[in-house]
Structures are given as structure tokens and as C-alpha cells.
Design a protein around this ligand. Structure first.
Ligand SMILES: [Zn+2]
Length: 344
């Protein structure tokens, strides 16, 4: 082997489905990884190693010890320093592949922000852990005609599907309404294996790379499922004509989730945690606030966040004004703790 094939992408360029030309397309591609947890970290890792030229990684949370069992790209030091997942993942990827551009965003993906986040990318990879997020992403991508790769994983099983607006069914074609919050199992309630998240994200990324290189849509569209514990993988074929269904989203073009008002607070399902969203756009002065609250408990401050541990509660104030309260699933208690301890 000699010449170009000795390089970083040689084994991928030898693969007939990609080749030199495909590799150049990947170098020019822009991908959003929406959520950087079990699926998002593995997706970001594989996409970055594969040489996708631009990755935007968006996540609202901080690396937690319980993430390390399955989430690629993170370390114990990220837990100790309470580093935001998007930032930790971007820095690790910069060590792995300096030829690509990675843009971390520590933010919530909301009806107000999603259009801007998806607006300038070629494809989105779903790394969400909530249906709320996926239906919002489906609306935004169908509205803008941007392909996205659905992925979901709990216990030992996962599913993945490429959605290309106008050419394949969308998420709402298949499941018109999201399940009630708390009605379906999540990795916080029934657990999840690292093998399962890796297998699911690996499938998502293969679908993403294939689309970026070929622009081909499988006929008929397929949903892939895998169960790593039962050693089973399968594919469900779904009709490709979105027009044959009465889909509110891709046929009637009603974007219910984009139009929905953002609740000022949310109980994070399956976890003892509440997310409070800022009512005003003012950005908090984290360093000054850290000085004020130092007597109230253990304080950690960085350019991205302020964390205060006090009694059984842990409050994290992010630079964008969001507050994550862990240790309670009660909205009123979370609000009063934020007011009492942080004065916000
Ligand atoms: Zn549809």
C-alpha cells in the first residue's frame, strides 16, 4: 500500500462504498449531533474519526460519573471538573482529529433555538434521550428539508432509521404522537448497556455516512433494530411514499412541536432532577455569584457553569441562564432552592 492510502482515512477509502471521492465529500460535510450522551458521544466519535469536516455538538448537561460506563470521549477528570458534555467531547475530538472543525454548544435544543442549530448542516444525528427532543427535531428537519438519523436505545436494544424529508416517512408518519412523558422506559428507569448504545450509534453513523457519500435512500426505507443481549438484529421495511399517509408533519406541514411554547421548567423524567429555564435573556455573572454563595456549600465555578452542592441538593447554573437542580423531582422545591441558594 502506498501514496494517499497510507493516510488517516486509508481503510475507509479502500472500502468500495466510500472510496477517495466519498472521502472528499465527507470532508466537505456538516453534521449536527443533537445531544451528547450514550448515542451522541459514539456518533460524534465515529463521525469525527471518519473525517466529517464540520461537527456541531449540542448538549445541555454536564459529564456525570454514571455516564462513563457507556459514553465515549469522556473521562473521570471531566466528571471531577464538572465539564459540559459538548465541551469535553469537542476537546477530546480535537486530540483525535485536528483536521476537522468541532463546534461545541452548551445549550438546550428548544423550539426557539432548533432552527438556527439545524439551518446550516447537511444532516442531523439524533442523540436525544427524550421523545420531546426527537419530535422537535423531526419538525425542524422536515420544515427545512434536512435529513436526520433517528436513534433510540434502552436496556440491550436499539433502533435506527434515516429520515429524508419528502423521500422517506418521517417520525410522525410512523408514530403520530409522542408517548406521554414517563409512559415509555428510558435508560434512567430500566438501564442500558454500553454495547447496545455503541451498536445503535454505529448503525446511525453508517446510515449518515452512506447518505453523505451517495445521497441514496434505501427502497423501501428501513428501520434497523438490534438486541445485543439476545444476539438479534433485524430490519423493518417501511413504505417510502410519505404522501400515502396522512401525516400532520410531512404531508400537512403542521409543525406542532416547533410552534409549542417552551415550558419555563421541566421535571427530567426518570431522574430526580428539574431543569429551570431563565425568564429573562440576562446572562448570570458566574464568578461574582460564586463568591456570594461560597458559604452555602461546595462551590465549583468555570467559564461554563457554577455548581453548588448544599445538603441533598445540587444546583448547576449554566452560562446561558438555565439551572439544573438535582436531588429533587419537585418543581416547587427546585424553584425555591434556586431562589434561596442562588437568588435567581
Ligand atoms: Zn411524516
Amino acid at each position: 500500500m502506498s501514496g494517499m492510502l497510507d493516510g488517516r482515512y486509508s481503510r475507509q477509502e479502500l472500502f468500495a462504498g466510500i472510496g477517495r471521492e466519498g472521502q472528499e465529500r465527507l470532508a466537505g460535510a456538516r453534521v449536527l449531533v443533537a445531544g451528547c450522551g450514550g448515542l451522541g458521544t459514539v456518533s460524534a466519535s465515529l463521525l469525527g474519526r471518519a473525517g466529517v469536516g464540520f461537527l456541531r455538538i449540542v448538549d445541555r448537561d454536564v459529564v456525570d460519573l454514571s455516564n462513563l460506563q457507556r459514553q465515549a470521549l469522556f473521562s473521570e477528570e471531566d466528571v471531577r471538573l464538572a465539564r459540559p458534555k459538548a465541551v469535553a467531547a469537542a476537546e477530546r475530538l480535537a486530540d483525535i482529529n485536528h483536521q476537522i472543525t468541532v463546534e461545541p454548544r452548551v445549550a438546550d435544543i428548544t423550539p426557539a433555538s432548533v432552527r438556527e442549530l439545524v439551518g446550516d448542516v447537511d444532516l442531523v444525528v439524533d442523540g436525544f434521550d427524550t421523545f420531546e427532543g426527537r419530535y422537535l427535531l423531526n419538525d425542524a428537519c422536515v420544515e427545512r428539508g434536512i435529513p436526520w438519523v433517528y436513534g433510540a436505545c434502552v436496556e440491550a436494544r436499539g433502533v435506527a432509521m434515516l429520515v429524508v424529508p419528502g423521500r422517506t416517512p418521517c417520525l410522525r408518519c410512523l408514530v403520530p404522537e409522542p408517548p406521554e412523558p414517563g409512559a415509555s422506559p428510558t435508560c434512567d428507569t430500566v438501564g442500558v448497556l454500553g454495547s447496545a448504545t455503541h451498536a445503535t450509534a454505529a448503525q446511525q453513523v453508517a446510515m449518515a455516512l452512506r447518505w453523505l457519500v451517495t445521497r441514496e435512500v434505501p427502497q423501501p426505507a428501513v428501520m434497523v433494530s438490534v438486541d445485543v443481549w439476545e444476539a438479534h438484529a433485524g430490519r423493518l421495511e417501511v413504505a417510502n411514499e410519505p404522501g400515502s399517509r396522512r401525516c400532520r408533519c410531512c404531508v400537512e406541514r403542521r409543525f406542532d412541536f416547533l410552534d409549542a411554547p417552551l415550558p419555563p421548567a421541566a421535571v427530567l423524567c426518570g431522574r430526580s432532577a428539574v431543569m429551570l429555564r431563565p425568564l429573562s435573556p440576562a446572562r448570570p455573572g458566574l464568578a461574582a455569584l460564586a463568591e456570594r454563595v461560597r458559604g452555602l456549600g461546595d462551590v465549583l465555578v468555570s467559564e461554563h457553569l457554577l455548581r453548588l452542592r448544599s445538603g441533598a441538593l445540587e444546583l448547576t447554573l449554566f452560562a446561558d441562564g438555565r439551572i439544573l437542580v438535582k436531588g429533587t423531582g419537585d418543581l416547587t422545591e427546585a424553584r425555591s432552592a434556586a431562589a434561596r441558594l442562588l437568588g435567581v
